[in-house]
Ligand binder design. Structure first.
Ligand code: ADP
Ligand code: MG
Length: 244
């Protein structure tokens, strides 16, 4: 089977007035089906830019993104959108919940957006909600939930359709330790139990250790772990997390 995610020599240049900001400078890697890969790097290293490109939310300046054998550049906008809806569950640092909907409807909306036929799989929705400890919060609106609960709702929304790929950009960025652990454990469980491929971006070395493999970024490039001072520092000061 070909890799489920392939990034080939990706570059991205932002234009701010006459200034060019080279956010990605030739990123190549691939992720196999069923892997949990963490991408770690300091703020400004290009992680979110990479996330948008891999999710088909923006276009690369050059290079290719191939998802499950399909080259994004060869798809029409409509096809790319469809691919994204069917195959990818997104988790963002900001939870992006709709304020007027209950938690349950915020989760179920993923089903409507993906244009799935028939009703949402209530049993699976309930299962995911209970794994995330929000089963008794499903009738609440986001304003009635803590930040950690809102992120768990957002994660349930990303998981409810069982997408083959979960892309998460700083999913624990706004969370306390307890909620971070819950979210990270759920991502690991989605990976190990449901076989979903997870690509998680984080600037937190401890969170990154939940992955099976860690890719380090710096200044828009992939670098060896030794070139990541934050990583080395954390490795010296913090013992490894429980290793699965
Ligand atoms: N929309 C944008 N317009 C201009 N520059 C941007 C934009 N988004 C990000 N950048 C710049 O690109 C670089 C990488 O940013 P980003 O991908 O957000 O990194 P990270 O997620 O690792 O913090 C930074 O220098 C940032 O300022
Ligand atoms: Mg970012």
């Amino acid at each position: 089977m070909p890799p489920i995610i392939q990034a080939e020599n990706l570059t991205k240049v932002y234009h701010v007035g006459k200034v060019e900001v080279p956010a990605l400078q030739g990123i190549s890697f691939s992720v196999e089906h069923g892997e949990f890969v963490s991408i770690v790097g300091p703020s400004g290293s290009g992680k979110s830019t990479l996330f948008y490109l891999l999710g088909g939310l923006t276009r690369a300046t050059s290079g290719r993104v191939v998802i499950d054998g399909a080259d994004f550049a060869k798809l029409s906008d409509a096809e790319r959108t469809e691919m994204r809806k069917q195959k990818i569950g997104f988790v963002f640092q900001k939870f992006n919940l709709l304020p007027t909907l209950t938690a349950r409807d915020n989760i179920a909306i993923a089903h409507d957006i993906a244009g799935k036929k028939g009703p949402v799989d209530e049993a699976h929705l309930k299962k995911v909600a209970s794994m995330l400890g929000i089963e008794d919060r499903l009738d609440h609106r986001p304003s009635e939930l803590s930040g950690g609960q809102q992120q768990r709702v957002a994660l349930a929304r990303a998981l409810v359709n069982r997408p083959s790929i979960i892309l998460a950009d700083e999913p624990t960025g706004n969370l306390d330790t307890k909620n971070s652990d819950l979210v990270l454990s759920m991502l690991r469980q989605s990976n190990k139990e449901f076989g979903q491929t997870v690509l998680m971006i984080t600037h937190n070395p401890e969170a990154a250790r939940y992955g099976d493999r860690i890719i380090h970024m710096r200044d828009g490039q992939i670098v060896p772990a030794e070139a990541d001072p934050q990583w080395l520092h954390s490795a010296q000061t913090a013992p490894l997390q429980d290793s699965k």
